[in-house]
Design a protein around this ligand. Structure first.
Ligand SMILES: [Zn+2]
Length: 461
């Protein structure tokens, strides 16, 4: 009886996937949702067809980039992989990914599954599937008022992995991962950075994890890599960073990333310290899966940034880099990446307050924006756009940036066209979620329109 329901759910799911593709949707959760309604056991049954490891990737920032990089490394080895789309990372979206790759009988086997999911969804997912590896990129609170909520989520993840045969791959530089220290059976492995030349010793950035999770005392940092990630010791109980299993060192950002992960040299076309963490996490996970070094190097070097994750366009021959920002930590990281680039650049902000962005935009005041006014950081013009362009401009003004080089243009198209006409060597566009895809569309159009059509060369003769 269950097998008939499984086949029925697969049929409906596969049909809905075809329809949703025809309608132009890529990562849809709807087919999985319907299939789960027909047969609630479908996800656990299909997941049982994975013969190798199931890997779950979660964390506040970087999970999409990290899991996409890891997917491309695994694919490089030739393994048959199931991997869900970033926009569909709840149970229903993950179920869609399984239905898509499965045969109609549900008996097709797979080498490996790589599942990206939100932190809050991990306990639910672990009830359905049995992962061999759980990678947690970091824990930041999306907004400061969610801090208590984050603590609760971490404890729920901890309960979900306790007493299970599961390897945890954790960020040793994140004090919040100390929550996992007293697990009874799951094995813990740690990645993190040794000292780098980009570290700071006293920063004004917001630091949600600055209190010890064991005793509540304030942590003392020897160095910060970024945000609350760094080398710390608790003055109360002496708790400190765990020993590293995978060490990132010799980091160079010029502006693309070069680093060593233990004895493995890696180059990535990405930029910014937070992406260096993503590279490190993906490489560490790949080493845990026993993937050979050449596959890791090649896949990461060829892995190009995706929409909103430092995707680069060329407008009139000038590079324009689009970056998604959604919280103070992300905004700090993006601005740090921008100023590490020594070119003369224009900066663009698109701030919306639609449901997908979070209605409360007060988080822009928690970001460390003051560095944008410093002359040596070479920011020539700033244009603020989006539904809350005025609020963003106010934030920029209070950061001390000269108002004669600051403009407000609420309409995205007009604003982007304007900033591409202001003189500079590079443009950085920072956008919240609901403005991102429109920004991307406008940039693609501009890129097409301004692409130089080469002068016709007379035929050889
Ligand atoms: Zn302590």
């Amino acid at each position: 009886m269950n097998h008939i329901r499984l086949i029925l759910a697969l049929l409906v799911g596969k049909t809905l996937i075809i329809i949703s593709r025809l309608l132009g949707n890529q990562g849809s959760s709807f087919p999985g949702k319907m299939a789960l309604r027909i047969y609630p056991g479908i996800l656990s049954e299909l997941a049982a067809q994975v013969k190798g490891k199931i890997i779950v990737v979660t964390g506040t920032n970087g999970k999409t980039t990290t899991s996409n990089m890891l997917a491309s490394i695994i694919t490089e080895t030739g393994a048959a992989l199931i991997h869900n789309q970033s926009g569909a990372n709840m149970l229903s979206g993950i179920t869609t990914a399984f239905i898509d790759k499965s045969s109609i009988t549900g008996r097709k086997q797979f080498d490996c599954a790589l599942l990206e999911t939100d932190e809050a969804n991990v306990p639910l997912l672990l009830r359905e599937i049995d992962p061999g590896l759980l990678l947690i990129t970091n824990f930041f609170s999306d907004q400061l008022d969610r801090f208590g909520e984050l603590d609760t989520i971490i404890n729920k993840i901890k309960d979900a992995v306790n007493n299970r045969e599961i390897d945890l791959l954790l960020n040793a530089d994140d004090p919040l991962t100390a929550h996992f220290q007293d697990l009874s059976s799951a094995s813990r492995y740690y990645f993190g950075f040794a000292a780098t030349s980009y570290d700071s010793y006293d920063s004004r950035e917001n630091r949600e994890g600055r209190h010890c999770v064991i005793c509540g005392q304030e942590l003392e940092y020897r160095r910060y890599h970024y945000a609350s990630l760094g080398q710390f010791t608790c003055l109360g109980c002496g708790s400190h960073n765990p020993e590293l299993d995978f060490t990132g060192h010799n980091l160079v950002m010029n502006p693309t990333i070069e680093l060593m992960v233990d004895d493995l040299e890696i180059n990535s076309p990405y930029q910014g310290f937070y992406n260096a963490y993503n590279v490190l996490a993906a490489a560490a996970a790949a080493r845990m899966l026993d993937i050979n070094k050449q596959h890791i190097q090649r896949a990461i070097a060829n892995y190009q940034p995706q929409a909103g994750r430092m995707e680069t366009f060329h407008i009139n021959g000038i590079p324009a880099v689009l970056i998604l920002v959604k919280n103070p930590a992300g905004l700090n990281q993006s601005i740090t990446a921008v100023i590490q680039d020594q070119t003369y650049k224009n900066l663009f902000f698109a701030l919306n307050d639609n449901a997908g962005d979070g209605r409360d935009i007060s988080w822009i005041w928690d970001a460390d924006m003051e560095i944008i006014e410093e002359e040596q950081n070479r920011i020539k013009h700033i244009v603020c756009s989006g539904l809350r362009s005025g609020d963003m401009a106010l934030r920029v003004k209070y950061a001390g940036y000269p108002v004669d080089r600051l403009e407000i243009k609420t309409d995205l198209k007009e604003a982007i066209e304007h900033i591409t006409q202001l003189e500079c060597e590079k443009i950085y566009l920072l956008s919240t979620y609901s403005a991102l895809f429109e920004c991307r569309k406008i940039l693609l159009e501009l890129q097409k329109r301004t692409a130089k059509t080469p002068d016709r060369i007379p035929a050889r003769g």
